[in-house]
Design a protein around this ligand. Structure first.
Ligand SMILES: [Mg+2]
Length: 260
């Protein structure tokens, strides 16, 4: 029995914001079955409102209150755990109003919290060195995610996790991860669908951050062979997905099997 579906976005429903073939129909098929839906994404390059707009432009039916991004989750985390702290934010992209309430440290290496988001050209030596010095001076370390790579229309690209690892190694300060694979992030997703974990499918292209992490919470993990999927994922000693499908277009068929 399945009551709800949580979708990863990048690599599952879209690649470089272009829809994966069949994605819109798959989401609609889930809705037509009366299942609750959430979209849980480690996207840090854009504001949640912009992500939602892109999804709707791609024909994918998404309500704003069904979407949880790592950036929005990070804003909540900072409000709850580091209220009023000065922050150094290292994130490539335009997060709009999502992080607008933060108190930005000046100069940057005096920050009380170092926040690392998605990697890109802003990850210059100077910016990383500011983060290093703030951490060495006692700042707390928050990572929106620690993905090592992601799939774009240019192929695979290096992501922020590599820089998080480097800063951890250089300073001995461990990052608190807010987005996937953090359990709290999936719990927030389950709050959106209002479902029991064991009746919820998590659909992702990242074996570790999407599938195995959700399975740890009791969700059923579905790995798609799109996005960052690699054949080696199927032999990973860390664990196996409950189900593997070629793409999200095959989700309605899987739901038929599971309910049959
Ligand atoms: Mg993904």
């Amino acid at each position: 029995m399945v009551d709800a579906v949580m979708f990863d976005i990048d690599g599952v429903l879209t690649v470089s914001w272009e829809p994966v073939p069949g994605a819109a129909d798959a989401v609609q098929a889930v809705r037509d079955r009366g299942l609750d839906v959430a979209f849980v994404t480690n996207t840090t390059s854009r504001a949640a409102a912009s992500v939602a707009g892109s999804m709707r432009d791609a024909g994918i039916d998404l309500r704003d209150d069904e979407l949880l991004t790592a950036t929005v989750a990070t804003a909540s985390h900072l409000r709850d755990r580091h209220h009023g702290a000065t922050c150094l934010v290292l994130n490539d992209g335009d997060t709009g109003d999502d992080l607008a309430h933060l108190c930005i440290a000046e100069p940057p290496d005096t920050a009380q919290v170092v926040v690392v988001g998605g990697a890109g050209p802003t990850f210059s030596y100077d910016a990383l060195d500011d983060a290093f010095r703030a951490l060495a001076n006692g700042a707390r370390f928050v990572a929106m995610h620690r993905n090592l790579r992601w799939r774009t229309s240019r192929g695979e690209q290096l992501d922020a996790g590599a820089f998080v690892l480097g800063l951890e190694a250089a300073t001995g300060v461990e990052a608190t991860v807010v987005g996937k694979p953090a359990a709290a992030f999936f719990r927030a997703g389950l709050d959106i669908v209002g479902g029991e974990a064991d009746r919820t499918l998590m659909i992702g292209d990242d074996l570790h951050s999407d599938v195995l992490a959700a399975q740890q919470l009791g969700c059923r993990g579905v790995l798609v062979r799109t996005g960052k999927f690699r054949h080696e994922d199927l032999e990973d000693p860390a664990g196996s997905p409950d189900h593997v499908i070629d793409s999200v277009a095959d989700l309605p068929g899987l739901l038929d099997q599971l309910s049959g």
